[in-house]
Design a protein around this ligand. Structure first.
Ligand SMILES: [Zn+2]
Length: 161
């Protein structure tokens, strides 16, 4: 788990490094600047409600997406995504993964109540919550709604460089 965190941190320190798509501009958090305002308003609501969180991941390049897709298929472990490279909102900086932080300052992946409260806040800001998905529920995942912009539309807007 320690290595896992280090890995995440390292990757986020260079948002949009390798594999950045054409027209895609990321802010300092690795969020698509087109959507920064909305995600920041959502995070501000969490702060206002004293819901502590840690940002796990924002932009994810296609190479990393391919690695995630292999897990539970070509390599051992649970399936963590059904999205192939270019098929995740993370690949466009249009998704954000959070984990609640408990009162001792530790991340808690099991705090269903905190996740639910985050989901409620997300919907108020016009974001889609992965905890409401029917299959492969992802309680820490928040994204621009697929009804608003589809993956196919994102691919056209932000083609591979
Ligand atoms: Zn996610």
């Amino acid at each position: 788990m320690e290595n896992f965190w280090f890995f995440k941190k390292k990757r986020n320190s260079n948002p949009g490094g390798n594999g950045l798509r054409k027209n895609l501009i990321l802010d300092e958090k690795g969020i698509n600047t087109t959507y920064s305002g909305r995600f920041n308003a959502f995070l501000a609501t969490l702060d206002f409600n004293n819901l502590k969180y840690k940002i796990i991941e924002t932009y994810r390049n296609d190479e990393k997406q391919a690695d995630y897709y292999k897990q539970g298929r070509e390599i051992p472990g649970n399936v963590i995504t059904n999205a192939r490279p270019g098929e995740s909102y993370h690949n466009y900086g249009a998704a954000l993964d959070l984990v609640p932080i408990d009162k001792n300052g530790k991340v808690d992946f099991t705090d269903a109540i905190a996740y639910f409260e985050m989901g409620v806040a997300a919907s108020k800001h016009g974001l889609e919550w992965g905890g409401s998905w029917k299959s492969l529920k992802d309680s820490g995942h928040f994204q621009i709604p697929s009804k608003e912009i589809s993956i196919d539309e994102l691919k056209l807007k932000y083609p591979l460089a």
